[in-house]
Design a protein around this ligand. Structure first.
Ligand SMILES: [Cu+2]
Length: 466
């Protein structure tokens, strides 16, 4: 990323010389553009108050320029190309080359100046969700400020007054601009040890977002309110979402903001966590309780923390099962138990490409190499060490390893100790199932005799039918 290097070199020159020329100081900070959807290494603060940086999943942190004690950032609102997962690129709107935009990291008490240049075809603004700030900096177009016309740069300036995890997004033609991917995260680190904010070994953040992009096309349908077909974390869908790689025993924090149009119960396997903060700030320790799933409602941020003390590859996902699917899942009828025998050939005379799907459930689709239209993702995909993972959308893996050190590199798949993986029964044939005789004393007695309903059930071959 040469742009970032030249930015830092430029900042160094400015800082080193007492002979700074006035025009250079008066100039805008050079906007830094990101072209990759990979998770960037945490940005160690080069100046200002120290803090432990976050890692933005499949994202990055915006570098800044320090000018007379003010942290200056430059966000450029512009059309971007975002790889949703290998094999699919979306044409979105975002900031500085990507959607979401870069995470902004500052320290409580920092004075922050953000230059916002509008390179969109229509006006925009930025609202700083959750921040305490002067009313005229809150970014609601028409209410707090005039809209930023195309081609213009506006300046926002305020002190980051309280520590926490916040979000930023337009408050101008909001439905369109958020459906197009305009959003980002903001982390304000505490300036001194805080009684309700623990030090952690790993600190991740990401936004929940969603798109409706027809298979074969590139641009989201912006009028969709609920029926999205791509459920994403930081505009990435499984298997495009990077894993969260931590060391066994690490205290792990994950900050999750929701800028979709529905809620997402986020679930982590193998561990319990506590919600240690919301976009309203850190929660008091006496208000916390253990969870394995936390619902992140629309417009909310939930910060969760846990000790990663169980080694392995643990699924982490939205618990709405339709949100761990990619496109194409919507118009498929339920076919479980339907007898298709003899039907397929007849249909294929009319529709040569017709395929039989879903007679035994949908798991076949995880393995099937179906011909896809250009630029879309299979509904369920991803290969694990034991085969198809049959997931998509809002799914990734928390990788807990004894040998993981200070870096965030992917350690590969977990090597399970001998005798710790579920295995096939190789003993005697299955006995007849015993019917449960349990019927509690409070069960309602039937007053009318049951009428018989005629129904034929065909079980798939290989199972014992009755
Ligand atoms: Cu969800």
């Amino acid at each position: 990323m040469t742009t970032r290097r030249s930015f830092l070199a430029g900042a160094g020159l400015l800082a080193a010389a007492g002979t700074v020329n006035r025009t250079a100081l008066a100039a805008l900070p050079e906007p830094v553009i990101q072209t990759s959807a990979a998770t960037a290494a945490p940005l160690t603060p080069p100046n200002g108050r120290p803090y432990d940086p976050v890692v933005t999943l499949n994202g990055w942190t915006a570098p800044w320029r320090m000018r007379n004690g003010v942290k200056e950032f430059h966000l450029v609102a512009e059309p971007v190309e975002r790889e949703i997962a290998p094999g699919m690129v979306a044409r979105l709107w975002g900031y500085n080359g990507q959607s979401p935009g870069p995470t902004i990291e500052v320290v409580e008490g920092d004075r922050v100046r953000i230059f916002v240049t509008n390179r969109l075809p229509e006006h925009t603004t930025i609202h700083w969700h959750g921040q305490r700030l002067p009313n005229g900096m809150d970014g609601v177009g028409g209410l707090n400020q005039p809209q930023i016309p195309p081609g213009k740069t506006f300046v926002y300036e305020f002190v980051a007054r309280r520590p926490g995890t916040f979000m930023y997004h337009p408050h101008a033609d909001e439905m369109v601009q958020m459906a197009m991917g305009m959003m980002g995260m903001w982390v304000t680190h505490p300036r001194a040890p805080h009684p309700h904010i623990a030090g952690v070994d790993r600190d991740f953040c990401f936004l929940l977002n969603a798109y409706d992009i027809e298979p074969g096309s590139y641009v989201p349908k912006i009028n969709t309110m609920l029926d999205f077909n791509l459920w994403t974390w930081n505009s990435r869908a499984f298997p495009g979402i990077d894993s969260l790689n931590v060391r066994k025993g690490d205290r792990v924090r994950v900050r999750i903001g929701n800028l979709t149009m529905t809620n997402h119960p986020i679930h982590i396997h193998g561990h319990e966590f506590e919600v240690t903060g919301t976009d309203g700030g850190p929660t008091r320790p006496e208000s916390r309780w253990p969870e394995v799933t936390t619902d992140v409602a629309v417009g909310q941020m939930r910060q969760i923390e846990f000790i990663a003390d169980e080694e392995g590859d643990w699924a982490m996902h939205c618990h709405k099962s339709h949100h761990t699917m990619n496109a194409m899942g919507h118009d498929v009828p339920t076919m479980i138990g339907v007898d298709h025998r003899g039907l397929v050939e007849g249909i294929q005379k009319l529709v040569p490409d017709y395929m039989l799907m879903g007679e035994r459930g949908m798991a076949d689709m995880g393995e099937m190499e179906m011909p896809l239209p250009d630029n879309t993702l299979p509904m369920m995909t991803g290969q694990g060490p034991f085969g198809a993972i049959e997931m998509g959308g809002m799914f990734t893996v928390l990788k807990v390893r004894r040998e993981q050190r200070g870096d965030y590199r992917d350690p590969g798949w977990f090597k399970h100790p001998k005798g710790t993986v579920a295995y096939e029964w190789a003993g005697a044939a299955l006995p007849e199932p015993a019917r449960s005789a349990a019927a509690g004393p409070s069960s309602m007695p039937r007053t009318e005799p049951a009428r018989s309903v005629e129904m034929t059930v065909r079980k798939p071959a290989g199972h014992q039918g009755h």
